[in-house]
Design a protein around this ligand. Structure first.
Ligand SMILES: [Zn+2]
Length: 400
């Protein structure tokens, strides 16, 4: 393919896609497009194999590209230059903390970049230093809220935070609402999205006008060209459709990617270019729904484990952290599916009640029938790190 053949966005469809296996096969410095001495810094994905995949930044990436991407994002979220920021994204291998440092420097904020941890001290600093903005995982802020209350500090009264930029972990809109309610009056939680492959948390951000609909702008569409594609056919989805985020970095010098498959699934907004903030070049997507690797197809309906989790969490008698989905085909195209849950020891309902209620909830929300198995509390597996929710149970699997 020659540059002249890249006549428009659709021309990208003629190129292949990139995925994790392509990077691993080129360990340890995949697709480094500049000489090593031009690489000013590396970040890495941790990877389940334990081998980090290294992504480089040139001096220009650090001094020009990321600052221009990130300051645009901070502006869209509603951060003002000069604000005091508690930066709580992690450092180390991970891209989040260091890129947020570059961003806040370029934007003119006063940054206390300490990452997560030290909860007992941080809850006091949030009061004494009067930070107005925080950047972190939403789960970490919830931990801080609880730590504050344990020390007699009331976040609503004693903290000055008015805005949080939350990423690293997708949580439900209900969790976001709960977080906002625990914070000072008027506090807004904005969602941010990005990845090591895109260069940092530089890809998506919600704005004051898209916040209520829980949608984010693809805010750097001119430097991170994004396609939302059906994961099976790789055809683009239309407004309102659900697909995988696939992107091409147009300006990154050291470690660019072409059509990188994130496996992250989102719904493209019903009205992607209609945000009232006026950023009409930057389409809107919903919250990350799950990973395409996790998708199941039950009698033609797409189902994600996170949707089953929502149904389980809606019932008071079930244990929220212990549940499984059992399937009988490796290709995940199913006629039937079984869901195993635990009945809480203190629940007043019977196993039959729990089974009926969950089957009804799943049928009414997802339109599919499943078999629910109810077990006593404490009998299903617990997972210390990432939970394995989908388990293949029959012999039709073929060789692993
Ligand atoms: Zn907007």
């Amino acid at each position: 393919m020659t540059p002249a053949e890249l006549t428009g966005r659709n021309a990208l469809a003629r190129l292949g896609t990139l995925e994790k296996g392509d990077l691993r096969a080129r360990y340890p410095f995949p697709f480094l497009t500049v000489p090593m001495e031009k690489v000013a810094r590396f970040c890495a994905t941790s990877g389940t194999t334990g081998l980090p995949v290294m992504f480089g930044y040139t001096e220009r990436d650090i001094r020009e590209l990321l600052p221009s991407q990130m300051t645009r994002l901070l502006r869209a979220a509603g951060v003002e230059p000069g604000e005091r920021v508690y930066q709580g994204y992690g450092y180390g291998l991970w891209v989040g903390g260091v890129v947020m440092d570059w961003a806040l420097l370029a934007y003119g904020c006063t940054n206390f970049g300490i990452g997560p941890g030290r909860a007992e001290a941080v809850v006091q600093w949030l009061r004494d230093h009067a930070y107005t903005v925080c950047t972190m995982s939403p789960l970490w802020l919830m931990t801080l809220v609880n730590a504050a209350k344990a020390q007699g500090i009331d976040p609503k009264r004693d903290w000055k935070l008015r805005l949080g930029v939350f990423g690293g972990q997708s949580v439900s809109a209900a969790f976001r609402d709960e977080l906002e309610a625990a914070m000072p009056e008027g506090f807004v939680a904005q969602n941010i999205y990005g990845s090591t492959e895109s260069g940092g948390p530089n890809h998506g951000i919600s704005c004051p006008y898209s916040h209520d609909a829980d949608e984010m702008h693809l805010i750097n569409e001119d430097t991170i060209l994004t396609e939302i594609l059906d994961p099976a056919t790789l055809d683009p989805v239309g407004p309102g459709g659900t697909g995988e985020i696939v992107f091409t970095t147009l300006e990154r010098e050291a470690s660019p990617v072409v059509r990188w498959r994130t496996r992250d699934l989102v719904k493209l907004s019903e009205n992607p270019y209609g945000c009232k903030c006026g950023r009409q070049a930057f389409p809107l997507i919903g919250r990350i729904i799950g990973r395409s690797d996790d998708m199941l197809k039950v009698r033609g309906s797409m189902v994600y484990p996170s949707q089953i989790e929502d149904c389980i969490a809606s019932l008071p008698a079930t244990v929220n952290e212990a549940w499984q989905i059992y399937i009988d085909r490796e290709d995940r195209i199913l006629e039937e599916m079984a869901v195993a849950v635990e009945r809480r020891m203190d629940a007043v309902t019977t196993d039959d009640d729990v089974r009926d209620a969950l089957e009804r909830a799943i049928r009414s929300r997802l339109g599919i029938r499943v078999h629910v198995e109810v077990h006593p509390e404490g009998t299903l597996p617990r997972y210390e790190a990432k939970a394995v929710r989908v388990i293949l149970r029959s012999g039709k699997a073929g060789p692993e």
